[in-house]
Design a protein around this ligand. Structure first.
Ligand code: NAD
Length: 257
């Protein structure tokens, strides 16, 4: 580990928005701990990413965990503490979307949706905050938590399932709670809530619903993962120090009335 690098942990970093965030943070001088439930995916991603990084440049360090499970998150952060000692940035990005209509959502699916999208971020924040605070001694400055929410919590014209919306609304309330709680201890916490962003998650959406959602985008095309990632990198950088407790909606202006 190079002492001059910042240390970021990104969940769901094997692909999609998480991978784009990892790349943006590497570019900006962070060693990135990329966490995913997909063991093969995260190891292959790390291999590909590090192939383009000279040894003195920040590295992508893969770690495998099902972060919907509290015990797995505890174990994950114990490994992070042992290897890195502290953290500068946590990005809670891992998530998914189960597409059932309200009356068809089983209790099991409901709990799974909340666990993957919300409980995981709750547990990661609980484990990360002591490491963010500890890092202030060796690397003073504002530490960051960035939660990847969704426009689905705010836009009710485009279809999104009830449990998905609720998981993201809960996440944004956690953002505000933690922003208030840790403002004076030097941790800034914000949410980024993207609309349609081109990733594998599009595959879970039925074709007619996807077409309607895409045609509602004002630029006639989805957002690219790198566009979201640059906003995360902006918040992670010192320019982001003065923002905390905000939900930043990225949707090409779709919902302005
Ligand atoms: N793509 C969009 O249009 C869009 C829009 C709004 C919000 N988002 C949010 O962005 C985030 C990333 O979505 P994406 O589109 O890149 O999805 P994606 O499916 O391409 O990637 C999600 C990643 O999270 C990982 N993951 C899932 N469950 C996990 C678990 N329990 N533990 C560890 N890792 C886990 C997956 O293996 C995968 O690598 C999600 O929170 C999603 O809700 C996406």
């Amino acid at each position: 580990m190079n002492q001059s690098h910042k240390i970021a942990l990104v969940t769901g970093a094997a692909r999609g928005i998480g991978l784009a965030i990892a790349n943006a943070l590497l570019r900006d001088g962070h060693d990135v701990i990329g966490v995913d439930i997909d063991a093969k995916g995260i190891v292959n991603t790390a291999r590909r990413v590090n192939a383009n990084q000279a040894p003195h440049l920040p590295q992508f360090v893969p770690m495998v965990a099902d972060i919907a499970e509290a015990a797995a998150v505890t174990q994950l952060f114990a490994a992070v503490a042992a290897q890195f000692g502290g953290l500068d940035v946590l990005v809670n990005n891992a998530g998914t979307c189960f597409m059932n209509d309200f009356v068809d959502i089983s209790p099991d699916e409901f709990h799974k949706q909340m666990a993957i999208n919300f409980d995981s971020a709750f547990y990661c924040c609980q484990q990360a905050i002591p490491l963010l605070l500890k890092r202030q001694t060796s690397a003073p400055g504002i530490k960051k938590i960035i939660n990847i929410s969704s426009n689905g919590a705010y836009n009710f014209e485009v279809f999104d399932p009830a449990h998905y919306r609720a998981s993201k609304a809960a996440l944004d309330t956690l953002t505000k709670h933690l922003a208030r709680r840790y403002a004076r201890e030097g941790i800034a916490i914000n949410s980024i809530a993207p609309a349609m962003t081109r990733t594998d998650l599009f595959d879970v959406v039925p074709p007619d619903v996807l077409e309607r959602a895409l045609s509602a985008m004002p630029r006639g095309k989805p957002i690219e993962p790198a566009e979201i990632a640059n906003w995360v990198a902006f918040l992670a950088s010192p320019v982001g120090d003065c923002s905390s407790g905000n939900v930043i909606i990225l949707n090409q202006g779709r919902d302005v009335r």
